[in-house]
Design a protein around this ligand. Structure first.
Ligand code: AMP
Length: 214
């Protein structure tokens, strides 16, 4: 089963994708994670990518489609969760073509609906475990009092360079200008289901599970 998690920055796509990996053995393909890896590689491409990301703008379609095509060639048995991809209509068309070529299809596009005010609060409070990537939030899921990650025991936590209010506003602008048309695109294809992304993590997981098992 191949699915897309669609929604603005901070909607909880990464958190839910990680759950699906654990519960269903699916493979998470996060272009944001791939680009963060590229930027830490110290190459010229990584440096350019870092500048674009820190401004809260989108990296070119060519780069992200290339990254995804490479990962799809590895073909996952349990299916793919596309997290943060596609983000433009061009990327959506390219994904359709890549899956076609592999004789595969998209089974669902889940739109995670959240209110913009909540996004700002969520994102500016967000941190992740430097070892396993578990996501924490100062407001809703604080780092345990003993300072150890509840998943792996790691003690280093980091905040993303682009998780600040200025960059977030730009990321939201990019979302509304370039990514939100995908809601209509996948609706017209008959693939879209919306879930309320504002509830507790378990409630949102339950809503996603209901869509996937329907
Ligand atoms: P994310 O971790 O998904 O929030 O992505 C962080 C940043 O990486 C975004 O603000 C963009 O600069 C870049 N990025 C991630 N995925 C894409 C994509 N599919 N297309 C273009 N830029 C992307």
């Amino acid at each position: 089963m191949n699915i897309i998690l669609l929604g603005p920055p901070g909607a909880g796509k990464g958190t839910q994708a990680r759950r699906l990996v654990e519960e269903r053995g699916m493979t998470q393909l996060s272009t944001g994670d791939m680009l963060r890896e590229a930027r830490s590689s110290g190459t010229e491409m990584g440096r350019k990518v870092a500048e674009v990301m820190d401004r809260g703008e989108l990296v070119t379609d060519e780069i992200v489609i290339g990254l995804i095509a490479e990962k799809l060639a590895g073909n996952a048995g349990g299916g793919f969760i596309f997290d943060g991809f596609p983000r433009t209509l061009g990327q959506a068309d390219a994904l359709g073509a890549l899956l076609d070529r592999m004789g595969q299809k998209l089974d669902a596009v889940i739109e995670m609906r959240v209110d913009d005010e909540a996004l700002v609060a969520r994102i500016t409070a967000r941190s992740t475990c430097g070892n396993c990537g578990e996501v924490y939030n100062d407001l809703t899921k604080p780092i345990p009092a003993d300072g150890k990650c509840s998943k792996c025991g790691g003690t280093e936590f980091k905040r993303r360079a682009d998780d600040n209010e200025d960059s977030l506003r730009q990321r939201l602008m990019e979302y509304y200008k370039k990514t939100s048309p995908l809601i209509g695109y996948y609706y017209a294809k008959g693939d879209l289901t919306g879930v309320d992304g504002l509830g507790e993590i378990d409630e949102v997981s339950g809503a996603i599970k209901a869509v996937l098992d329907a």
